[in-house]
Write a protein that binds this ligand. Structure first.
Ligand SMILES: Cc1ncc(COP(=O)(O)O)c(C=O)c1O
Length: 374
C-alpha cells in the first residue's frame, strides 16, 4: 500500500489546458481570468462582490485596514496564526474567545463576556469546513455594532441555514492546495458593500482604481493614478484560470469529501477512545479537513506518530493555539480551557476527493489497531 497523503489537489487535464492557454495568450498578470473567476465565485455565494487576491491572509488584512479598525478584534485562538497576524499587522489588537468542543468554532454564548470597551470587530473562523453559529453571531455583531469578518479559509461551499459562509459578513477565502479549491496560492474577499468593494479593488493594485485592462480599453494604459496608498496583492491571470476550472468542480469535490467523511465516521463509530466530527443541525459541512479528537489526555501524539509509521500522513490543526505562540503570549492573555483541551487532543486525518474506499479502510483500520494494541 502506498503512502496516503494528508491532501492532494485535484488537478486534471482541464486545469493543465487552461494554464497552457493563458501562458500562450501572453496575458500573465491580473486579467480577464480574474474577472471570470470573481464572477463565478460571487454568483456561487450569492454575494455582490468577489475580489480575487494573492492569499486569504491579504483578504483578512484588508478587511481590517479598509474599515480602519484600530481597536480590539474578537476571534478564536483555535485557528491558523494568519487570522491573528492579519489583525496585528493591520494595527489592531486580537482578543481571544473560547470555542465549543463539538464543532471547534467560536462559542457564541461566550462573546458577550469577551467584549472590551474597545471592541470594534468580530472575526469568526469556520473551522475545517463547518460554519459557526451564524444566526447568534450576526445578531451579536448587529447588537454591538461590530464589523463581522468571516475567516472562511477552510470553508468554501459550507452553509448555515442554507446561506453560504462569506455571505454573512466580509468573507475571506483561501485557495492554498489543502483547501476546497486551489490556485496554488490565492484568496478571495467577498462583500455586499459597493463602496468597500471599490476601495479593496484599488488597494490590491497599489491604490490605483483602474485595472490595466480598463486603462488599455480606454486607450490610456500609461495613466496610473493612485487614489489611496495601496499594496500589490494581485492574483495572476495564470492562477485565476486555475480558479475558474476549480469552481466548475467545487460541488462535486465537496460532495466526495462529504461521502468519504460519512464513511469514516461510520467505520470509526465504535472506537470509544475518539470522537469524530459532528455536523451541527442546519449546517452543511464541506470537510476541508477531517479531524478527530482523542479522549485520553496525552495520547494524541502517539497516534499521529503511529499513523505516520503506517504511511498515513496525519497532522494536527492546530497546536499550539495562537494565544500560546511566542509572538502572542504577551499580546493577549486569555483563559481558554476548551481551546487548550481541543488543541492537545485533535488529529487531522487525510481528506481529499480522490481518496479510495481502500484508503479509507486503511485509515480506519490503523486507528482501531492503535487503540486495540493499548
Ligand atoms: C483559518 C485560516 N485562516 C487563514 C489562512 C491563511 O490562508 P492563506 O494561506 O491563503 O493566506 C489559513 C490557511 O491555512 C487558515 O486555515
Amino acid at each position: 500500500m502506498s503512502r496516503i497523503p494528508l491532501c492532494r489537489a485535484l488537478i486534471e487535464d482541464e486545469e493543465l489546458q487552461a494554464v497552457e492557454a493563458v501562458l500562450k495568450s501572453g496575458w500573465l498578470t491580473h486579467g480577464p481570468k480574474n474577472i471570470e473567476f470573481e464572477n463565478l465565485f460571487a454568483s456561487y455565494l450569492g454575494v455582490k462582490h468577489a475580489i480575487a487576491m494573492n492569499s486569504c491572509t491579504s483578504a483578512l488584512f484588508l478587511a481590517v485596514v479598509a474599515n480602519n479598525i484600530k481597536g480590539d478584534v474578537l476571534l478564536p485562538s483555535f485557528t491558523f496564526v494568519a487570522s491573528a497576524n492579519a489583525i496585528v499587522t493591520a494595527g489592531a489588537r486580537p482578543v481571544f474567545a473560547d470555542i465549543s468542543y463539538d464543532d471547534c468554532n467560536i462559542d457564541a454564548s461566550l462573546l458577550e463576556k469577551a467584549l472590551t470597551p474597545h471592541t470594534e470587530a468580530l472575526m469568526v473562523v469556520h473551522y475545517a469546513g463547518q460554519c459557526c453559529d451564524m444566526r447568534a453571531i450576526s445578531e451579536f455583531a448587529r447588537k454591538h455594532k461590530l464589523l463581522l469578518i468571516e475567516d472562511s479559509a477552510e470553508t468554501i461551499g459550507g452553509t448555515y441555514e442554507g446561506k453560504m459562509s462569506g455571505n454573512w459578513g466580509i468573507g475571506c477565502f483561501s485557495f492554498f492546495p489543502t483547501k476546497n479549491i486551489t490556485t496554488g496560492e490565492g484568496g478571495m474577499f467577498t462583500t455586499n458593500d459597493d463602496t468597500l468593494a471599490e476601495h479593496v479593488r484599488a488597494l490590491i493594485g497599489h491604490g490605483i482604481k483602474k485595472t490595466t485592462a480598463e486603462r488599455v480599453s480606454e486607450g490610456k494604459a500609461w495613466y496610473r493614478e493612485a487614489s489611496y496608498p495601496g499594496y500589490n496583492f494581485r492574483l495572476s491571470n495564470i492562477l485565476a484560470t486555475l480558479g475558474v476550472e476549480q469552481m466548475k468542480k467545487l460541488d462535486n469535490m465537496n460532495s466526495l469529501r462529504r461521502q468519504h467523511s460519512a464513511y469514516l465516521i461510520d467505520k470509526l463509530k465504535d472506537v470509544s477512545e475518539i470522537s469524530t466530527p459532528v455536523e451541527k443541525p442546519g449546517r452543511q459541512h464541506v470537510y476541508q479537513m477531517f479531524t478527530i479528537k482523542v479522549r485520553k489526555p496525552g495520547s494524541r501524539d502517539g497516534l499521529v506518530r503511529y499513523l505516520k509509521e503506517r504511511e498515513i500522513e496525519a497532522s494536527v490543526h492546530f497546536d499550539p493555539p495562537v494565544h500560546l505562540h511566542a509572538a502572542y503570549k504577551d499580546v493577549c492573555k486569555a483563559v481558554l480551557p476548551v481551546t487548550e483541551t481541543v488543541s492537545s487532543s485533535i488529529v487531522t486525518l487525510p481528506m481529499f476527493p480522490q481518496l479510495t474506499k481502500k484508503e479509507l479502510d486503511t485509515i480506519a483500520c490503523a486507528i482501531k489497531d492503535y487503540f486495540s494494541a493499548g
